[in-house]
Design a protein around this ligand. Structure first.
Ligand code: WTA
Length: 665
């Protein structure tokens, strides 16, 4: 049985929830009377029209009873941007720092107050409005971790436009698909950015994507707004004398600074209904096309606010830092919306943990006296391998809460984080959630809940997790099964953009009456929940979720490949890695050049983070008689584990021997 860690005095003394009993009591209340619980938070915000009692929550989670829907605070009217900026300025936080921005190079840093942020957002919002962008229009964003990215998101929220951020590590193919799927009116990007010593010319990826959107999907974007970033930061490698030679300029392109010039810093917000869309964000689906997860206004605001406040136990003078890229949901909720809703001061970091040296994170914790540090297990594992000295060089006594997100954290990494980074006196919050959930749904709470290394812990307020067996039977007490939720919390997604059918099918059809996460979980004797990983055909590489079929379809684009099967193989740093099997067409030869070509293809179609670790030749694939690939067996081959269990359903058992023989040395 794993050891239980109680929150230290260092944490408990300050925390707003200082015992497990208090947590349990509040959790119970949040389920029994959601209206009282959430309206307390709602009352902190500005409502142009407040909600009408009786309309607090309505939903249907049961596909057999009709369409799935979730509505919180229906009838109320507000604007998130107004609440994050104007309201905070009015409450006396105008001169408070909203962000300390730290660039890729340590010489590049700046800061921005709430008032200044409001001014910039209003100017850019006016510029967008003048460019014809209005309520409901989609604005795609392909940006590095710079303040303009936040400005752009909030400007969209101010005028009711729906932002659709595409992580700036996606390839032009992926960007093109996402631009056209949401029918983006505008694309916002930067000329480029440094990541460590690597120069990324984002503008070129955008140009390619815009071209492909037109030719492949027949969707044209008439305006591309470009932040001139490269010339204002320290070069970390070679640059031409004139950076403008790095990319081409088109009629549709305009510099951000030219567009905002002369714009007023006063911009009346667009008043939005509670259930009007706020943003969409694509996430991988287990079949082909990415899913445009859609979040709406009021519920998301309440949920982001509450989770941030309790999970990070943020207090007035704290300095909070989430290292996630704004291109992922963690960046949306916990770099932008939640901290600003709480009038928090955050660090926003453009660079990597390894540049200029492997202690960049720790030096920044000391530079800004960070109190809450939120990162991913893959980063922690990557940093452990450089040894303890990099950490020990730094004081880091300001830290109180350490967060982890994106994948299960292995106990070894947890202990390193706890003992070394947190000096054994910080609480670790292992936050389980998804793009779809909008905010944390399972987690520990600093000061309140005990911790076990590797366990996500307990449900957040308003969340009721259930474990089901294969037949949909509820597992009470200790056990392992499908992790589902039996009722909506305010932050849950409302639909998939343009495809409500798919939303119902993917998340609600397997177990009618429940939202199905696609993850498995175990409840132990003490009631701790342990997320055991995906149970569908998805894998999680360095916290990036992708589907095996997405990669398989790219591999089979190569004319020499007849069939491909991809499985996940455990990886010491990335958590999981891609192990690919390919069968070839007659006459094709399996050699290093094919492997190279396939790896390149995946990088260009999806992005560098999806590059396979291993590509193995498979003369045949293990299939059932009905032709379904038996991935369970392929996972064993990937591991080199010959104990493959029951093979009675295999159409041709001989292929398995061949696969073991063909494992790359
Ligand atoms: C996984 C990221 C275990 C899980 C916020 C989920 C986790 C998927 C954890 C969502 C955690 C995320 N413990 N697994 N603390 N956090 N996951 O949409 O498989 O990028 O379904 O959202 O990541 O990934 P997504």
């Amino acid at each position: 049985m794993s050891r239980v860690y109680q929150p230290s005095d260092h944490v408990v003394e300050k925390s707003r929830l200082s015992s497990f009993d208090k947590y349990k009591e509040m959790h119970k209340k949040s389920l029994e009377d959601p209206e009282t619980f959430w309206s307390e938070i709602a009352n902190e915000f500005h409502w142009q029209t407040p909600y009408q009692p009786g309309n607090f929550l309505s939903y249907n989670f049961d596909v057999n009873k009709g369409d799935i829907f979730v509505k919180w605070l229906e009838g109320s009217v507000t604007n998130i941007c107004f609440n994050l900026l104007d309201r905070n300025v009015r409450n006396g936080h105008g001169e408070k720092i909203a962000y300390y921005w730290e660039g890729n190079h340590p010489d590049d840093y700046s800061r921005i107050t709430y008032r200044k942020l409001m001014d910039l957002v209003c100017q850019f919002a006016n510029a967008l409005r003048d460019s014809g962008v209005g309520k409901g229009d989609r604005v795609s964003i392909y940006m590095p971790m710079i303040l303009e990215t936040v400005v752009c998101m909030l400007a969209c929220a101010r005028i009711g436009a729906v932002h659709s951020i595409v992580f700036a590590g996606f390839s032009s193919d992926s960007l093109a698909e996402r631009l056209s799927d949401c029918k983006a009116k505008v694309l916002v990007t930067a000329d480029g950015a440094w990541r460590g010593e690597k120069l990324l010319i984002l503008k070129n990826v955008c140009d390619e994507a815009l071209e492909k959107a037109k030719t492949k999907y027949n969707h044209s974007v008439d305006l591309c707004i470009v932040v001139a970033h490269l010339n204002r930061v320290t070069a970390c490698g070679k640059l031409p004398d004139d950076v403008k030679t790095l990319y081409k300029w088109h009629d549709r392109d305009i510099w951000w600074h030219d567009l905002v010039e002369g714009q007023s810093n006063i911009c009346p917000p667009e008043w939005m209904d509670a259930e009007d869309p706020l943003f969409m964000l694509y996430t991988s689906g287990s079949t082909g096309k990415p899913k445009g997860v859609l979040h709406t206004t009021a519920g998301y605001l309440l949920y982001a606010t509450a989770t941030f406040r309790y999970v990070f136990d943020y207090q007035e003078k704290d300095i909070y830092w989430c290292t996630a890229d704004v291109g992922w949901i963690t960046g949306h909720t916990y770099v932008v919306y939640a901290p600003l809703a709480n009038a928090a001061t955050s660090v926003m970091f453009e660079g990597t943990p390894f540049f200029p040296d492997n202690d960049r994170y720790w030096s920044l914790v000391d530079k800004y006296n960070v109190t809450q540090f939120y990162t991913a297990p893959t980063a922690i594992r990557a940093l452990t391998k450089f040894g303890d000295d990099y950490v020990k060089r730094h004081n880091m006594k300001s830290l109180r809460v350490l967060g982890s997100v994106g994948e299960p954290i292995n106990p070894e990494a947890w202990l390193w984080y706890y003992n070394l980074v947190g000096s054994g006196r910080c609480s670790i919050v292992d936050t389980f959630w998804q793009t779809e959930t909008g905010g944390h749904v399972l987690t520990s709470l600093p000061g309140a809940t005990p911790m076990k290394p590797g366990a996500a812990g307990f449900p957040f307020f308003g969340v009721e997790p259930t474990l089901l067996d294969e037949n949909g039977k509820v597992i009470e007490g200790p056990g392992e099964g499908y992790l589902v939720f039996s009722r909506p919390w305010p932050g849950i997604m409302r639909t998939l953009f343009g495809d409500h059918e798919r939303y119902q099918k993917v998340y609600f059809s397997k177990f009618p009456g429940y939202y199905c996460t696609g993850d498995g979980a175990r409840r132990d004797e003490d009631g701790f929940l342990w997320v055991t990983g995906r149970i569908d055909d998805m894998l999680n590489v360095s916290g990036h979720l992708m589907s095996t079929s997405e990669v398989e379809s790219v591999l089979t684009e190569e004319p020499r490949v007849s069939e491909a099967a991809v499985v996940s193989k455990p990886h010491p740093i990335k958590g999981e890695s891609l192990y690919c099997f390919v069968s070839l067409n007659d006459g094709a030869k399996f050699d290093a050049s094919l492997v190279d070509a396939l790896k390149k293809l995946v990088r260009s179609r999806i992005g560098a983070f999806a590059a396979p670790d291993v590509i193995q030749y498979a003369p045949g694939l293990p299939k059932t008689r009905s032709g379904k690939i038996m991935r369970r067996i392929l996972r064993k081959v990937a591991l080199g584990d010959t104990d493959i269990g029951d093979t009675s359903t295999l159409a041709d058992p001989a292929v398995v021997d061949d696969l073991f023989k063909n494992r790359p040395k």
